[in-house]
Design a protein around this ligand. Structure first.
Ligand code: SF4
Length: 431
């Protein structure tokens, strides 16, 4: 059976797709990249905000066009289905199966295949990232109740995966050539509290650090309330955790953080930034904020802009508030801030951040850095491209490497930064 797979959304959803690919592979399915050739088109959707829902629905509709006058089957799963299964079945009858998250990993059987798995599910993953970098999903769901967020309704309560299972998976990834482990979940710094009664992220990391082939461990989706000074010191003292973390703050103003039900205030964010400056000044922080939350006034917005100017995050993403049914904010507020105004606010924040990101990249010029080679640039004569510790795969800026040395993806090299291009990227050369 020829299967074409499309994976949308976040790295956690991508891990689910990779697990599914592993199970399909154990069923002797054949993967095709051209959907025209597929007997089955499998779409793993995202559904947490308007923009993501739109992309998912458009992708489904594109697939239904390919199905016309053919025996192709279309199977759709993921967060959009978890939220809107009934509506989708009514609205898009051309789709053969809408499979919710609870049955997601039974899709091979549902399309008539008999998987012969020799190992536990997660150990059969087929990586879709370059072979030297992979995501490790350490838990599912979230116990927070952020007012704007539909994820707890979609993915349920926080469920940490056992440490031994994760270490086993990391070992298998390392055997496959993975050198960079990207730790993801909805709430990474909460890891273990549900099953071990206390935070256990560093116990997990200490075990993964013992895997020789693993060189870099990168942390995503930290939650400010579970990041304390010891956490920052642990990053400082860790041999393999890179000096980088992603921690969405969502806003800076106390009134809005309260309305967003985030459980912390501006002082906590400032404290984390102070601990970072004190213990790991060269570390890079990626964060994200939301503009246009219903109670956000022009003054709140201006204050946040000022905060971001001074906070000097290394990388920052901006989301327009999306009025999601089933969330506390949907019940309590009207979506009163016009779309154009949300876009104006977003662009203003991005303009502020662009200057900061460029300034931070310019401070690297002349510095010798370690670079993990990811591949080769299509547009720049096959120049090797990679990342330094400050950049996450496919999210932050990349580094072009000027060299005649024969490099391969997965190589670690030392090089000197010589320039910045397009604000976010850098150019390095081997001495
Ligand atoms: S931490 Fe908040 S924003 Fe993140 S998934 Fe949980 S509820 Fe949503």
């Amino acid at each position: 059976m020829k299967i074409g797979v499309i994976s949308l959304g976040c790295p956690k959803n991508l891990v689910d797709t990779e697990v599914l690919l592993g199970k399909l592979n154990a069923s002797n399915a054949q993967f095709v990249s051209n959907l025209e050739d597929a007997d089955v088109i499998l779409i793993n959707t995202c559904g947490f905000i308007d923009a993501a829902k739109e992309e998912s629905i458009n992708t489904i509709l594109e697939a239904t066009k390919l199905k016309e006058n053919s025996d192709k089957k279309i199977v759709v799963t993921g967060c959009l289905v978890e939220r809107y299964k009934n509506e989708l079945e009514k609205e898009i009858p051309e789709v053969d199966m809408f499979i919710d998250l609870k049955q997601e990993f039974q899709i091979p059987e549902k399309i008539g295949l008999q998987p012969k798995l020799k190992k536990p599910l997660y150990q059969n993953r087929i990586l879709t990232t370059p072979k030297h970098t992979a995501y490790l999903k350490i838990s599912e769901g979230c116990d927070h109740t952020c007012a704007f967020c539909a994820i707890p309704n979609i993915r349920g309560k926080h469920r940490s995966r056992p440490i031994d299972e994760l270490v086993e998976e990391a070992k298998i990834l390392a055997d496959q050539g993975v050198k960079e482990i990207n730790i993801v979940s909805q709430d990474t710094s909460f890891y273990g509290i549900d099953i071990y009664g206390k935070p256990m992220l560093w116990e997990l990391i200490n075990k993964i650090e013992k895997i020789d082939e693993i060189k870099w461990i990168r942390l995503y989706y930290l939650y400010p309330t579970t990041v304390n000074e010891d956490f920052i010191k642990n990053i400082r003292d860790s041999e393999k955790v890179v000096k980088y973390f992603e921690m969405p703050v969502q806003h800076s103003e106390d009134k809005i953080l309260k309305d967003m039900m985030r459980g912390y205030r501006k002082r906590k964010i400032q404290q984390i930034l102070e601990w970072k400056e004190k213990h790991i000044p060269d570390a890079a922080i990626r964060t994200s904020v939301i503009v246009g939350f219903p109670t956000e006034t022009e003054k709140d917005f201006e204050n946040m802009k000022e905060f971001i100017k001074n906070a000097k995050f290394d990388w920052l993403g901006v989301f327009e508030y999306s009025h999601e049914e089933g969330t506390p904010a949907f019940e309590k507020y009207e979506d009163i801030i016009p779309k154009e105004e949300k876009i104006r606010r977003k662009n203003e924040i991005l303009n502020v951040q662009e200057k900061i990101t460029e300034e931070k990249n310019r401070q690297l010029i002349g510095k010798e850095v370690e670079i993990l080679i990811d591949g080769f640039s299509e547009e720049w004569e096959n120049l090797p491209i990679g990342r330094i510790y400050r950049s996450a795969y496919e999210i932050d800026g990349i580094t072009y490497v000027e060299t005649t040395e024969p490099l391969r993806a997965g190589d670690f090299i030392k090089a000197k930064i010589k320039d910045v291009v397009d604000v976010v990227d850098t150019v390095a050369y081997l001495e």
